[in-house]
Design a protein around this ligand. Structure first.
Ligand code: HEC
Ligand code: HEC
Length: 214
């Protein structure tokens, strides 16, 4: 069953890439881009991120806001999202303008700094592991979340994001945005294809699960 799912996921992205009229992102992971992100300076990044912290800081005051945590997120993922906000691949009323003011080097510095901060610890703790995380659903061609996002939701290179410790409310909102197509910068439509097949109830369960994971 696992092999079947893995195969389907090798084939499906190819098909949808052909069908897509516009590229979902302009970032291609060339050695140069990877090196730029890797060479980001976290000390400079901390200074540059001062204006971000009011919304993205891991302070208790931010726990109930709709802004995602960035602490402990993969630097490559953060860098790519900032580039996508700037280029318009992930349009957003707040983030597009903010990212437009950042240079490639700013993005690399900020991404490095956030990636080195400890992920936020969620007070509610870990719940039962939902079936979709481990097994997926072969009938609906939903691959297990864990094969891409990691067994503990920790994220995987190059740019599959950490989910564990993220706010449950943000995870649910962004899954619903993939489902409706409002968020469409995922390469090969991987997340959109899956989210389209998830029910709102399943999205609720998945958001709560990853939101409670450290
Ligand atoms: C006024 C509040 C606000 C400020 C200030 C702000 N952001 Fe955001 N940020 C948001 C919101 C809201 C989202 C979610 C947008 C969406 O759903 O696409 C977001 C999303 C992001 C994401 C995507 C996270 C993910 O998990 O996909 C990144 C990266 C990001 N912001 C970086 C920054 C950086 C870097 C700065 C400072 C230079 C900054 N933000 C300043 C509100 C803010
Ligand atoms: C085939 C690999 C793959 C599988 C399987 C997968 N994801 Fe993803 N996911 C990704 C990638 C790659 C991204 C980044 C896409 C982008 O840039 O928008 C992502 C992004 C996300 C995000 C956005 C995170 C953020 O910070 O904004 C959420 C939430 C998410 N996935 C949840 C899930 C859930 C829940 C499942 C299981 C039902 C799942 N994913 C299965 C590859 C995968």
């Amino acid at each position: 069953m696992r092999t079947f799912i893995a195969l389907a996921w090798l084939i499906l992205p190819g098909l949808s890439a052909v069908a897509a009229a516009e590229p979902s992102t302009r970032i291609a992971w060339t050695p140069q881009t990877l090196n730029l992100v890797k060479s980001g300076d976290p000390a400079r990044g901390q200074t540059k991120a001062a204006s971000c912290q009011g919304c993205h800081g891991a302070e208790p005051a931010n726990a109930a806001t709709p802004f995602p945590y960035l602490n402990g997120q993969l630097a490559t993922y953060l860098y790519r999202q900032l580039q996508d906000y700037k280029a318009g691949g992930r349009p957003h009323p707040i983030m597009t303008g903010i990212a437009a003011a950042l240079s490639d080097q700013d993005m690399a510095d900020i991404a490095q700094w956030y990636s080195q901060q400890a992920p936020v610890q969620m007070p509610e703790g870990r719940g039962d592991v939902p079936r979709l995380v481990v097994d997926g659903d072969s009938k609906r061609l939903i691959a297990p979340c864990g094969i891409c996002h990691g067994g503990h939701g920790q994220g995987e290179p190059v740019d599959t994001p950490r989910l564990s410790g993220q706010k449950a409310s943000y995870l649910k909102e962004t899954l619903l945005a993939y489902k409706s197509g409002q968020r469409h910068n995922d390469i090969y439509r991987r997340m959109r294809i899956m989210a389209e097949r998830l029910s709102p109830e399943e999205i609720d369960v998945l958001g709560n699960y990853y939101g409670g994971l450290r």
